[in-house]
Design a protein around this ligand. Structure first.
Ligand code: AMP
Ligand code: MG
Length: 385
C-alpha cells in the first residue's frame, strides 16, 4: 500500500554509525561473511577427536588440543586426540566422541559405542560461506544482528537515516502534561504514547505544540508538520463541528487514501499525502491513537525508514473467559496474556479513553468482525503490546 503511493525505502539517505549504537536502526547495505563460519571445523564437545571407522574400540591418545590452538599433527588409524569445545578438529579426525562416553587409562581411551562421521563438530563454512550475504539491506538491527556485525569484523555499518516524524496533538480541551488542568481539561497523553511508539518503530519523534480547534492554529501547525518526513495528528478527525483537520488538509491540496477503518478502537482514521509527505490523522481517544498507530502508522515509519515491512505480530492464545461483542468491526480489546503465554483474558476497560486499562494490559485480543461470541477454551488472535 505505502509503496503503491510512492514511499520508497532509502529516500531519506544513509549514514555510517558505530555498530554498537545501531540497535533499532535499519541496514542500508548488505553484510557479507569475511571468511567461512565456522572458520575451521570446530568441536562442539569436550571429548576425543577420532576416526569414526575405528569405533567402537580402544584408541591411543597422541595429544591434546584446546580452543585457541591448532593441533600440529594428524590423527592416524587407532589414534585419538583429546579435544575441548571450540577447538579445531585435528587433520585425519572426522568425529568427536563426548568425554562422558569414554574411559581413559593412561594413554589409552576405551570407547564402547560407534559414532557417525561428522558427529559433534561443526564443519568449516557450515553456518556461512566466505562472501555469502549474512544480513540483507533493510534488516532492522537487534542484539543478534549486531553480534553478527562484530563477528564479521564490522565495527561500523551504513544505516538509513531515521525518519523524522512530526507529532501534532489537537484539541481545545488539551493541556500539556506539566500543566494543572481545569476540571474540564485533559492532559496531552497522546503525544507521549505516540513519541514512544515512533521511537520504537525506528523514527525520530518531533512533538509539536497543541493545535487548537480553529482553522489558523491547526493550519499553521500542520504546515510545520509537513516539513518533516511524516506527520501524525491526534484528534480532530471525527464528525464533530470543531473537527477541522480534514478541511485544513484538503485546503493544503491533500490526497486522501482513506478516512475510515472498520476497527475499534479507531474508526475515523485519515491517511493521505500533502506537499509530498504522508500524514495520518489518528482519532484522539488514547486507545484509538495507540491501536491505530500500531495497526497502520507503524508500517509507514518502517517503510520510510528503509525496513522491509514487518507484519503485525499476531499470535494465538486460548481464552480463559467468554467474550461477546457486537459484530461488524475488528476489535482490539486490552487483554492479559498469562505468564506462560498459553491463555488470554480480556482486561476490564471502560472504552477508548481508558488509559489505565491499556497500561495494565500486556496485549490486545483481536476479534473477527463476523463473530459475536467466543467461549472460554477457544483459540483467539492476540497482538502483543
Ligand atoms: P477527538 O478525536 O478530537 O474527538 O478526541 C476524542 C477524545 O480523545 C476526546 O475525549 C479528547 O479529549 C481525547 N483526546 C484528544 N487528544 C488527546 C490527547 N492529545 N491526549 C489525551 N486525550 C486526547
Ligand atoms: Mg478534538
Amino acid at each position: 500500500m505505502l509503496r503503491e503511493v510512492g514511499a520508497a525505502p532509502g529516500v531519506l539517505g544513509t549514514e555510517q554509525i558505530p555498530a554498537l549504537e545501531a540497535a533499532g536502526r535499519v541496514l542500508a547495505e548488505e553484510i557479507t561473511a569475511d571468511r567461512d563460519y565456522p572458520p575451521f571445523p570446530r568441536s562442539a564437545r569436550d571429548g576425543f577427536a577420532v576416526r569414526a571407522a575405528d569405533l567402537p574400540g580402544e584408541l591411543r591418545v597422541i595429544g591434546e588440543v584446546r580452543a585457541g590452538e591448532l593441533y600440529p599433527g594428524s590423527v592416524g588409524i587407532g589414534e585419538a586426540v583429546e579435544i575441548m569445545t571450540g577447538a579445531p578438529l585435528p587433520a585425519g579426525a572426522d568425529a568427536v566422541v563426548m568425554i562422558e562416553h569414554t574411559e581413559r587409562s593412561g594413554d589409552r581411551v576405551l570407547i564402547s559405542r560407534s559414532l557417525k562421521m561428522g558427529e559433534n563438530f561443526n564443519a568449516q563454512g557450515i553456518e556461512a560461506k566466505s562472501g555469502s550475504i549474512v544480513l540483507p539491506a533493510g534488516r532492522r538491527l537487534g542484539f543478534a544482528e549486531i553480534a553478527l556485525l562484530a563477528m564479521v569484523g564490522r565495527e561500523c555499518a551504513t544505516v538509513y537515516r531515521r525518519p523524522r516524524v512530526a507529532i501534532l496533538p489537537t484539541g481545545d480541551e488539551i493541556v500539556e502534561a506539566g500543566q494543572r488542568p481545569e476540571p474540564f481539561q485533559i492532559r496531552n497523553s497522546n503525544a507521549w504514547s505516540m513519541a514512544v511508539q515512533v521511537s520504537r518503530a525506528g523514527g525520530d519523534p518531533q512533538i509539536l505544540p497543541i493545535a487548537r480547534d480553529n482553522y489558523e492554529s491547526t493550519r499553521g501547525l500542520i504546515e510545520q508538520g509537513l516539513s518533516q518526513d511524516l506527520l501524525l495528528l491526534s484528534g480532530g478527525v471525527s464528525a464533530g463541528k470543531y473537527d477541522i483537520v480534514e478541511r485544513v488538509l484538503a485546503d493544503l491540496g491533500a490526497r486522501f487514501f482513506f478516512d475510515r477503518v472498520l476497527i475499534q478502537p479507531g474508526q475515523p482514521l485519515v491517511f493521505g499525502a500533502a506537499r509530498g509527505k504522508f500524514f495520518f490523522g489518528l482519532p484522539g481517544n488514547p486507545a484509538s491513537t495507540m491501536v491505530t498507530f500500531e495497526v497502520f502508522a507503524r508500517a509507514a515509519v518502517d517503510v520510510l525508514g528503509g525496513a522491509s515491512e514487518s507484519p503485525l505480530p499476531l499470535l494465538q492464545a486460548r481464552l480463559s473467559k467468554d467474550v461477546r461483542q457486537k459484530p461488524g468491526l475488528t476489535r482490539f480489546l486490552p487483554a492479559q496474556v498469562s505468564p506462560d503465554g498459553s491463555t488470554v483474558a480480556p482486561e476490564p476497560w471502560q472504552g477508548s479513553g481508558d488509559v489505565n486499562s491499556l497500561a495494565r494490559a500486556n496485549a490486545f485480543l483481536v476479534t473477527e468482525p463476523d463473530r459475536e461470541s467466543w467461549a472460554a477454551g477457544e483459540m483467539i488472535r492476540v497482538l502483543l503490546k
